[in-house]
Design a protein around this ligand. Structure first.
Ligand code: M6R
Length: 629
């Protein structure tokens, strides 16, 4: 029977969100701290937000559709500085259930005494809601989250009496035992001078302070206040008071190590740039350098990962799963690894892999999940599926202790530093660096060849910097020109085909220009029909074994009237005969050309979006990590 509508879980139609949650308990005015923390993680969602403050035995709820700034503007001074020392907050990104005041978190129980902020999806909320409705509960929102405060209330029998931490923790645990799905939650209860937090498949951290503690989805939310971080693990439930943190898992107390975060809030802020994206593009040389430093000591590459897969070594291969920009990085990684190491690599979109009848021999294939955030739902599912096949799994991610690292057998961190702009930039380039290192590490090439490649790889921070220093002005000029169009093509071949796809994705997501990435030789098989003087073509023209052919393709494109901007190496004069404009990048060997070409295309997308007056860091309809399928 075909996959029927009835077979699709109802929540897929109704709910789904990715959000940021925060909590504060201490001796200071909680509301300004909560609002500031929420702003730091607004990249996780920004269509509605809210806060719940416990104030001298009373409580206040402020929430609305729109941004944190909008919420703040509507708070009077007395509300803003009301004296409350405990608060929770939420910033939301809705896919269903509309961004509205009623759907904004926190959500309350019927008595307004229990408030919950939640990131994740409660898959069975519909049946729970029906059960609660039949018991007389009233619901005000369309969210899945609202069942949680009602469940806690129901579990907490002695609610009219004074409440203590142990009772509340037990009530939360009992409520959670009814839920299936993913959640990171923070619970505030009137009459209790603390907060309860729990996680299951959604990230949650505790920031440890002095006579105060913080809870958040992500480190940047608390980094201005403290760099002492505890990462909660799956199934953890924590009672956080101003002087104490108690964590339990599976019914027993557990100790979680406190980690000192080395990056400062400055790292997570714009550092003088107008947008995070521009700052992050300018951090690409550093991301390359830091990633190299993590795994390269002099001439030795060491990932600290056991790459052996069981079975016949001859059959050994790699399967990469990823989404979006990380998928394009993986596509490029395939070519890099196959070129350098001659190890076969297959690349699959995680969202397709999850539902395909994939033929996979777990004893021979190592599965690598490429994910900046480590939280992309499709990629996490793919990792789990790979494990079911019996494959050895490796997460390649940027985020310490993210969900991918907990699922995979091994982890390789890309060391790009926090990436806040929704459009991935420095993480993409750092992913490429991992693939160069992997290709060399797995290769059996002669030592002299290995060292030659390694030397070139070590020059990549400098090469990326040269693009930023020398090509930027020229790129801005071309961006001004590109910004006038509504359609564009990006073409490349070989190792630069994924870079063309990445260039097109970046342009469309932040400038809203319709951009298509294509293999240069493929336009003639259909897309030629679309070429006119209004469809500029951005062509990557790296001198490699496809160079002559690609020049020929340029001739064909120009014959159809489309203007061509080439990304070409310094000193390549031949190219000028075939194209209208040239963006120059430093010379490298072909296999390393994705690095300068990527920097150039990231800048081109940025300046084009800027010329069109776009939002850039928060493009419409997108969020940084996509934690729903
Ligand atoms: O965190 P991940 O690398 O798993 O994210 C995958 C995609 O959602 C992400 O790359 C997305 O395509 C970016 N917005 C692209 O700039």
């Amino acid at each position: 029977m075909p996959y029927s509508l009835l077979a699709i879980p109802q929540w897929l139609f109704l709910k789904g969100k990715m959000c940021g949650i925060v909590g504060y308990v201490g001796e200071r005015e909680a509301l300004p701290i909560i609002l500031e923390s929420l702003k730091r993680i607004e990249y996780r969602g920004y269509d509605s937000c809210g806060v719940f403050v416990l104030e001298n035995g009373d409580s206040k709820l402020h929430k609305d559709a729109g941004t944190i700034d909008h919420l703040k503007e509507n708070l009077s001074e007395s509300e803003y500085l009301g004296g409350g020392k405990i608060a929770i907050g939420h910033t939301r990104w809705a896919t269903h259930g509309g961004p509205s005041k009623k759907n904004a978190h926190p959500h309350l129980d019927g008595k307004g005494e229990i408030a919950v902020v939640h990131n994740g999806i409660i898959e069975n909320f519909q049946s729970i809601k029906e059960m609660l409705l039949s018991q007389g509960c009233e619901f005000v929102s369309e969210t899945d989250t609202e069942v949680i405060p009602h469940l806690i209330n129901r579990s907490f029998k002695k609610f009219d009496q004074a409440v203590n931490a142990a009772q509340i923790k037990e009530a939360v645990k009992e409520a959670l035992s009814h839920l299936t799905g993913s959640y990171a939650i923070i619970v505030a209860v009137k009459g209790f001078d603390g907060l309860v937090a729990a996680r299951n498949e959604s990230p949650l951290i505790i920031g440890v302070g002095d006579r105060e503690n913080f809870i958040a989805s992500d480190v940047p939310a608390v980094l201005e206040q403290t760099n002492r971080i505890i990462y909660l693990e799956e199934g953890d439930i924590a009672v956080v008071e101003k002087d104490s943190i108690y964590i339990e898992n599976g019914g027993a107390e557990v100790k979680r190590e406190e980690k000192l975060i080395e990056w400062t809030i400055g790292d997570a802020e714009k550092g003088g740039y107008e947008h995070f994206m521009l700052k992050e593009i300018h951090e690409e040389p550093r991301a390359i350098m830091d990633t190299l430093r993590g795994y390269l000591v002099e001439e030795e590459i060491n990932f600290g990962v056991d790459f052996k897969v069981e079975g016949d070594a001859k059959g050994k291969s790699i399967l990469m799963v990823a989404c979006g920009t990380s998928y394009y990085a993986a596509m490029c990684g395939k070519q890099i690894i196959e070129n350098l190491a001659k190890v076969p690599v297959q690349v699959e979109l995680a969202s397709e892999f999850n539902y395909s009848d994939f033929v996979l021999d777990g004893t021979k294939v190592m599965v690598m999940a490429i994910t900046q955030s480590g939280e992309t739902a499709d990629t996490l599912m793919a990792l789990k599926k790979a494990k079911r096949y019996g494959c050895k799994t490796v997460a390649i991610t940027n985020v310490l202790d993210s969900s991918a690292t907990r699922i995979a057998d091994e982890t390789i961190y890309i060391r790009a530093g926090p990436e806040i702009g929704v459009a991935a930039t420095k993480s993409f380039i750092a992913q490429l660096v991992i693939f160069y290192l992997l290709g060399l590490f797995l290769s059996k090439m002669p030592a002299s060849e290995f060292l030659e490649h390694l030397e070139e790889l070590k020059r990549m921070p400098q090469i990326a910097q040269m693009v930023l220093d020398e090509a930027d002005i020229n790129i801005r000029k071309h961006a001004g020109y590109l910004s006038k169009y509504e359609h564009a093509f990006f073409v490349g071949r070989g190792v630069n085909l994924p870079i063309a796809l990445e260039g097109a994705l970046k342009l469309k997501e932040i400038s809203y220009i319709h951009a298509e990435g294509y293999a240069a030789g493929e336009l003639k098989h259909g897309p030629f029909a679309l070429l006119t003087e209004d469809t500029p073509v951005i062509a990557i023209l790296t001198p490699d074994n496809t160079y002559e052919k690609t020049l020929g393709n340029m001739k064909e494109i120009k014959a159809r009237g489309a203007p061509v901007i080439a990304i070409a190496e310094e000193g390549d004069e031949e190219v000028e005969k075939y194209v209208d404009e040239v963006i120059r990048v430093p010379e490298t060997s072909a296999i390393f050309s994705p690095i300068p070409n990527t920097v150039a295309l990231h800048l081109l997308a940025y300046w084009t979006a800027k010329a069109r007056g776009c939002e850039i860091d928060k493009p419409r309809n997108l969020a940084k990590s996509v934690t729903v399928e």
